[in-house]
Design a protein around this ligand. Sequence first.
Ligand code: ADP
Length: 380
Amino acid sequence: MKGGEELAQLVLKNLYKRYDNQEKSLFRKKKPPNDYAVKDLSFSCYDGEFIGILGPSGCGKSTTLRMIAGLEAFTAGDAYIGDIRINDLKPKDRNIGLAFEDYALYPPLTVYENLAFNMRAKGKSNEEIKKAVDYVAPLLKVDDLLETKPPALSGGQKQRVNIARAIVRRPGLLLLDEPLSHLDGKMRQTLRHEIKRMHHEIKCTTIIVTHDQMEAMSLADRIVIMKDGELQQMGTPLEVYDNPTNEFVAGFIGEPPMNLLRSTIAAAGSGFLFTFADSDLRVEVPERYDSLIHHGMEITLGVRPVDVRVAKKETAGSFVPIAFYENLGDECRIGVRVGSMLLNMATPDAVYFERGQMVQLEFKAEKTHLFHPGTGERIR
Ligand code: ADP
């Protein structure tokens, strides 16, 4: 480390990818010619950091990972690992461990030999290999499976072996592409915890690609959110949850997703109100927004379902009808109609409502977000 600053382990600078073989991508939605799968992507991660690349299917996550791994050429841009520019390095020279969604284990070989395979190919001694396997196998709980062959393993066990194989040579960078997406809910959660524990133990800089925001939120130190090949926001899970940079991030992070309501600002006394078409609902605009808005301005109001409550006491405000009510055991979900829009609420309190019942709402003022309705950018 230089001068006490953290050394960036991986740096991507203005990365672009355009596939030339569009016509060959029979099973993929074709992109228009000259369109980029990845556009002007720049980010860096620190030594030992766990990064999640998150976004909907087709947004360029795997392409980014494959470029870092050296499996796809760059159309433009640069990538560095430490001080080394890796653009022209072969995959095997990048000191990277890779685990993809499909396991690609060698069926005739035992788990031990699968883990040993690459080290053997590099001419490592039996002793070195045994030491490495003995270290990694318990980390991913495959130490009892070393003599088993892949066809006898469950999906979860195969993925553990797959990840163990990726880290057995202790790579500088570990790349995981949707490693949990084949697994059922409970197994996903267990393996998620184990990946996190493994990362704490070996502290290898890790990048996971996922379309599952829960996975990214729970595993990653920082999340890179992509859409249509472009970076939308990079931040800690809390930053992207609390301060989404645009409507896309606001709607993508959080379950149930943030409500995004079209609203017109109306001046009222010394302050302002959010008003909504075809609805009597009026919500006070927090004072901190006063300098950013004006009477008649169209905005999108973002508010998370947990940040609106059905008012217990009568507050100043109007009544709206309950559109649906669901009791999920540990939380209740309530929807109300605001004109033609639906506002979702989620509450841990055991409350009961009937469809059609008129209720008042309480918005947590400090948790409201304003977005520009044209660009979707946050109004700050
Ligand atoms: P994600 O991992 O986010 O689902 P991908 O990186 O796989 O997205 O794909 C990004 C875009 O590039 C998509 O439009 C996809 O159809 C296209 N693409 C991916 N691989 C190829 C390929 N080998 N040839 C042509 N187009 C591709």
